[in-house]
Design a binder for this molecule. Structure first.
Ligand code: GTP
Ligand code: MN
Ligand code: MN
Length: 612
C-alpha cells in the first residue's frame, strides 16, 4: 500500500501552502511510503513518536527517576559520524565548489538520487517537518521543510530546531524555504521486520547551492540526517550568506559580563569539530568578577545590524554535543542541561537505566551495556575498548541550560566584540594572540590547522590537517572565495568589525602534558581579550600576532608556572617557517582565487619569522 497524492493532501495541515503540499506529493511519489505524516512539534507528538520508537527497539527509555523523558539510541558501527568522503557540493561549475569539497555535476547527481530515492520509503512513514533555523520570524532566521523516513530525525529535529505549526505558519505567509529530503535508504519489503538502526552502506550527503536544495541518503546519524544543522545552517547558508552579505559560521556564541562594571561582551569562536566549542560556550569562569552565558554552541549566523555592528544569532534550538569527556568537572552546565528530555546516541547504558561514558564523573561500574549493545566490564576497558563511542552525542534543549543567555532568542542577535579561532595544536601555536590587522585576522582563520578528532569517520584521527575557519567540511562553496567574502564584510563594517584572536588550549610540554589547564580557566584568556579589545592593556608584538604581557594576564591560582607560560609562548622560527611552507602549499591549490590580501599576510608572516 503506497501513499497517493490524495493521501498527502488529506494529511497536510490547513496552514500548509500549496507549494509545500506539492513538494510533499512529489517526494511521496518518488519514495513511495506506506504512510505520510506532517509534524506539528507538539508534546503529544513527541510522546507518541518516542513511545513508538521504544516499542520498535530503536530507543531505550532511560530510568525516569534518573533521566526523565530521555532515551538512548545505538547506531550501526558504520553510521557513527559525518562522512566527508560522501558529502557533495553540486554546483554547476566544479571550481565554484573548490578543491576542498567533493564536487558532482548537479544533473548527474539528481539522476543518481532519483534512482536511490525511488521506493526508498517503502514500508515506512514519510514525515514532513516544517522548521525554522533561528527564532521564529526573526530577520536573520530562515525556514525549511525536511522530509524524512526516520522518526529519530523527527524527535532530534524537535530539539535542534523550531519545528511544526508555527514554522509552517511562517512558510504560509509566503517566506522562502529550503527543501531538504532525507532517507535512511532502507526500504522494507512487505512483512519484512525493521532493524533498530536502519541505514544504507552507500551514503550521499548532497547540496545544491544554486537552487538551495539538500538531499541526504543512507545515513541516520545527526550531522548527515538532521538537515537543518550542518547541511542547511552551514553549507547551504554559507552560499546564501555570500549572495546576501551575511555570514554562516561554525562558531559558538557567548556573553561575558564584567560583573563590576556591568559591561557585556559577546564573543564567537570557531574551533574544528570536537575541539571545545560546546565547552567554551558553557564556561564556568575560575576567576572572579565574570559571568558567562550561552547563546549558542556550534553555529552562528551573523549580519550587520541597524546599529552598524555585526550581530549574531544561534540558528539552533538545542545542543548536539560530544558526550565523552563531558562531566561536572569539565562542563557542569552541559551536565545540568541534559538531566531530562534528552536523546543520547551511542553512549553506554548502566544497569540502573542511566547513561555512562568515558570521562563522566562516575567511575566505570562493574557492568555496562556498551554502545554496540554488548556487555562491558572493566576487563574490556583494560583491553583499551571504549564503552561509549568517541563521537557519541547528546541532543538536548538549549532552553534547559542553566546559563542560557536571556537574549539567546533575540531575533536581531547580539553584537559581537571579538572572534576567536582555534584548534587542537600540541606545538607551535601559543595560548592567545591578537590580529595585527583585519586582513591578518582572515589569514589567522584561513591558516587554522588542527589535529583530527573522531567527529568524522573517514579522516585519520590524530593527524594534523588544515581546517580553515573550522569550515573545511562545511563551506558550501570555494574556500578561497569564502576568505574573499570575509574580507568584503570586514571592509563593509569597517571599524565595527570585531577583532580576531587565535587561541590554543591544547599545547603540550615535552612529556605530552597539557600546558594550559583549559575549561573554566579559559576565562583568563577571555578576560585578557576583552581588556585588550577595549584598549586597557598593551601587548607584545610577536611572530603570530600580539601576545599578552604575562603581568597583564590573570594567572592567579591557575597553577601555570612561569616556565610553562614561556613554553606556551615558545615560538620556534624554524617550525613556523616550515608551517608557512606548508600553508603556502595548501593555499596553492586554490590558484589565483586566493585573495591578494591573504598572500600579502603570508609574506608579512615570513618577514616576522625572519626578524625573530
Ligand atoms: P562539535 O560539536 O563536534 O563541533 O565539537 P565542539 O567544538 O563543540 O567540541 P567539545 O566542546 O564537545 O569538546 C570536545 C573535546 O575537547 C572534549 O573531549 C573536551 O573534553 C575537550 N576540551 C574542550 N575544552 C577543552 C580545554 O579547554 N582543554 C582541553 N584540554 N580539552 C578540552
Ligand atoms: Mn560542529
Ligand atoms: Mn559541540
Amino acid at each position: 500500500m503506497t501513499v497517493t497524492a490524495q493521501d498527502v493532501r488529506a494529511a497536510a495541515p490547513a496552514n500548509a501552502p500549496e507549494d509545500v503540499v506539492e513538494f510533499a506529493i512529489r517526494i511521496a511519489e518518488l519514495g513511495k511510503p506506506e504512510k505520510v505524516y506532517f509534524a506539528d512539534g507538539s508534546d503529544e507528538e513527541w510522546d507518541r513518536l518516542t513511545t513508538e520508537m521504544v516499542e520498535s527497539g530503536m530507543f531505550t527509555r532511560l530510568n525516569p527517576e534518573k533521566r526523565p523523558n530521555s532515551f538512548l539510541a545505538r547506531s550501526l558501527p558504520s553510521d557513527v559520524a559525518r562522512v566527508e568522503s560522501r558529502t557533495y557540493i553540486c554546483s554547476e561549475k566544479e571550481e565554484d565548489a573548490g578543491p576542498t569539497n567533493n564536487w558532482y555535476d548537479p544533473a548527474e547527481m539528481k539522476a543518481i538520487l532519483n534512482e536511490k530515492f525511488d521506493g526508498t520509503y517503502a514500508g515506512r512513514t514519510m514525515y514532513v517537518i516544517p522548521f525554522s533555523m533561528g527564532p521564529l520570524g526573526g530577520p536573520i532566521s530562515q525556514l525549511g521543510i525536511e522530509i524524512t523516513d526516520s522518526p529519530y530525525v523527527v524527535v532530534n529535529m524537535r530539539i535542534m530546531a523550531r519545528i511544526g505549526t508555527k514554522a509552517m505558519d511562517l512558510i504560509n505567509e509566503g517566506r522562502t524555504w529550503v527543501p531538504a529530503v532525507h532517507s535512511v535508504g532502507a526500504p522494507l519489503a512487505p512483512g519484512q521486520e525493521d532493524t533498530t538502526w536502519p541505514c544504507n552502506e552507500e551514503k550521499y550527503i548532497t547540496h545544491f547551492p544554486e537552487t538551495n536544495e539538500i538531499w541526504s541518503y543512507g545515513s541516520g546519524y545527526g550531522g548527515n540526517a538532521l538537515l537543518g544543522k550542518k547541511c542547511y545552517a552551514l553549507r547551504i547558508a554559507s552560499t546564501m550568506a555570500r549572495r546576501d552579505s551575511w555570514m554562516a559560521e561554525h562558531m559558538l556564541i557567548l556573553r561575558l559580563t564584567d560583573e563590576k562594571s556591568g559591561k557585556q561582551y559577546h564573543v564567537t569562536a570557531a574551533f574544528p569539530s570536537a575541539c571545545g566549542k560546546t565547552n567554551l560556550a558553557m564556561l564556568q569562569p575560575t576567576i572572579e568578577g565574570y559571568k558567562v552565558e550561552t547563546v549558542g554552541d556550534d553555529i552562528a549566523w551573523m549580519r550587520q545590524g541597524e546599529d552598524g555592528r555585526l550581530r549574531a544569532i544561534n540558528p539552533e534550538a538545542g545542543f548536539f554535543g560530544v558526550a565523552p569527556g563531558t562531566s561536572y568537572k569539565t562542563n557542569p552546565m552541559a551536565m545540568e542541561t541534559m538531566k531530562a528530555n534528552t536523546i543520547f546516541t551511542n553512549v553506554a547504558l548502566t544497569d540502573d537505566g542511566d547513561v555512562w561514558w568515558e570521562g563522566i564523573d562516575a567511575e566505570m561500574p562493574e557492568h555496562l551495556i556498551d554502545w554496540l549493545g554488548n556487555d562491558f566490564t572493566p576487563a574490556d576497558a583494560a583491553e583499551g575498548k571504549k564503552a561509549a563511542h568517541p563521537n557519541s552525542r547528546f541532543t538536548t534543549p538549549a532552553s534547559q541550560c542553566p546559563i542560557i543567555c536571556p537574549d539567546w532568542e533575540a531575533p536581531e542577535g547580539v553584537a559581537i566584540d571579538a572572534i576567536l579561532f582555534g584548534g587542537r595544536r600540541a606545538s607551535n601555536v601559543p595560548l592567545v594572540a591578537e590580529q595585527y590587522s583585519p586582513a591578518h585576522g582572515v589569514f589567522i582563520g584561513a591558516s587554522v590547522a588542527s589535529e583530527v578528532t573522531a567527529a568524522a569517520t573517514d579522516v585519520k584521527a590524530g593527524s594534523l590537517r588544515h581546517d580553515p575557519f573550522a569550515m573545511l567540511p562545511f563551506c558550501g562553496y570555494n574556500m578561497a572565495d569564502y576568505w574573499g567574502h570575509w574580507l568584503e564584510l570586514q571592509e563593509q563594517l569597517g571599524e565595527s568589525f570585531p577583532k580576531v584572536y587565535q587561541v590554543n588550549w591544547f599545547r603540550k610540554d615535552e612529556d605530552g602534558k597539557f600546558l594550559w589547564p583549559g575549561y573554566g580557566d579559559n576565562s583568563r584568556v577571555l578576560d585578557w581579550i576583552v581588556r585588550r579589545a577595549s584598549g586597557e592593556v598593551e601587548g607584545i608584538e610577536g611572530v603570530t600576532g600580539i601576545y599578552p604581557k604575562r603581568e597583564d594576564f590573570n594567572l592567579e591560582g591557575a597553577g601555570v608556572s612561569e616556565a610553562d607560560w614561556d613554553k606556551m609562548y615558545d615560538i620556534d622560527p624554524d617550525a613556523w617557517a616550515a608551517e608557512m611552507d606548508d600553508t603556502e602549499q595548501y593555499f596553492s591549490q586554490f590558484g589565483d582565487r586566493v585573495p591578494a590580501a591573504i598572500r600579502e599576510e603570508l609574506a608579512k608572516f615570513r618577514e616576522r619569522i625572519a626578524a625573530a
